[in-house]
Design a protein around this ligand. Structure first.
Ligand code: FES
Ligand code: FES
Length: 267
C-alpha cells in the first residue's frame, strides 16, 4: 500500500524541511533503485533508509511479500514459494536474488553462512530436494516449490540430528563458521553413499547401483568442497565415520591433567 509523505511525517515527527528534502529526493512513488541512487547524504537519507529497513524487517517477520511505502521493492520482482524446513514460505524476490540471500536476509535463517559468495568455500551449503546445493550459486527463483533444508531444520525439537551431536562429541569445529555447511553437506553425503552415487575416488563401478562403502578417502573426497579455515578436518572425518558406521570412533586426543604434572595422567 502506498503511503503519503504526510502519513509518514507524523510517525517520525518530521519537520517541514525534512519533508521537503524527502519530496525532492523522490522517495515516494519512485523505484527503489532510483531512490537509492539519490540518497547518500544527510539526515533525510538516514531516515529514508530506516524506513526501508523497517519495511524489510516487517516482511521478514510476517513472511508476507514485501510491499513498500516507496512503491515496488524490486525492479525484476517475482513471487516464489519454497518449503523451508517443512514450512511453506512465499516471498517476493528480485529475480537475481540468490537462495543464500533469500534465506538470510528475507527469512532470517542466518545459520547458513556467507563465506566467499562465489561457490568456493561451501559454508553456504544447504539441502535442496535431498541434494547438497551451494546456496550462493542458486537463484531463489529456481527453487520454486522445492524442499529446502537448512541447519535450522535438522534437529527435531531438542534432539539434535546425529551428525550435529557427533560434531559436538568429536570437537569437529573451532570458530564454527563453516560448521552449518559442513553438517548439511555430511547429511546429504550419507544419503548419496546410500543411493550408490560414486565419487572421484570410488574404486569400482558396480553393474547395479549399490550403497558405497565410505572409506576415509571417500569421505575426504566428498567433503572436499567444504573448507575449514580452522583445520578441523580430522575431527569432522571422525564425526561422519561414527554416524555412518554407527559405532564409536576412537578419539586420538584427551585433556591433559595439569594438576598432576609429571604423572602422565590424562582425564
Ligand atoms: S559462500 Fe557459497 S561457496 Fe562460499
Ligand atoms: S571451524 Fe572455523 S572455519 Fe571451520
Amino acid at each position: 500500500m502506498d503511503k503519503d509523505i504526510d502519513d509518514v511525517a507524523v510517525d517520525y515527527e518530521m519537520s517541514e524541511d525534512e519533508k521537503t528534502i524527502l519530496r525532492e529526493l523522490g522517495v515516494f512513488g519512485e523505484s527503489r533503485r532510483k531512490f537509492l541512487g539519490k540518497v547518500g547524504t544527510g539526515g533525510a537519507s538516514l531516515l529514508a533508509l530506516q524506513l526501508l529497513a523497517e519495511q524489510e524487517a516487517l516482511a521478514a517477520e510476517t513472511g508476507e511479500p514485501l510491499t513498500s511505502a516507496f512503491g515496488p521493492r524490486f525492479e525484476n520482482a517475482l513471487k516464489v514459494t519454497l518449503k523451508v524446513n517443512g514450512e511453506k514460505k512465499s516471498l517476493e524476490v528480485d529475480s537475481r536474488m540468490t537462495l543464500l540471500d533469500a534465506l538470510r536476509e528475507r527469512l532470517a535463517l542466518t545459520g547458513t553462512k556467507k563465506g566467499c559468495d562465489r561457490g568456493q568455500c561451501g559454508s553456504c551449503t544447504v539441502i535442496v530436494e535431498g541434494e547438497r546445493v551451494l546456496s550462493c550459486l542458486a537463484l531463489a527463483a529456481t527453487c520454486e516449490g522445492k524442499d529446502v533444508t537448512t541447519i535450522e531444520g535438522l534437529a527435531e525439537g531438542d534432539s539434535l540430528h546425529p551428525l550435529q551431536a557427533a560434531f559436538i562429541k568429536y570437537d569437529a569445529f573451532q570458530c564454527g563458521y563453516c560448521t552449518p555447511g559442513q553438517i548439511c553437506s555430511s547429511v546429504a553425503l550419507l544419503d548419496e553413499a546410500k543411493n550408490g552415487e560414486l565419487s572421484h575416488v570410488s574404486d569400482e563401478i558396480p553393474e547395479k547401483a549399490a550403497p558405497v562403502d565410505l572409506s576415509d578417502d571417500e569421505i575426504r573426497e566428498r567433503m572436499s568442497g567444504n573448507l575449514c579455515r580452522c583445520g578441523a578436518y580430522p575431527n569432522i572425518l571422525k564425526a561422519i565415520q561414527e554416524v555412518e558406521g554407527g559405532r564409536e570412533v576412537a578419539q586420538t586426543w584427551s585433556f591433559y591433567n595439569s594438576a598432576k604434572e609429571g604423572s602422565d595422567e590424562t582425564v
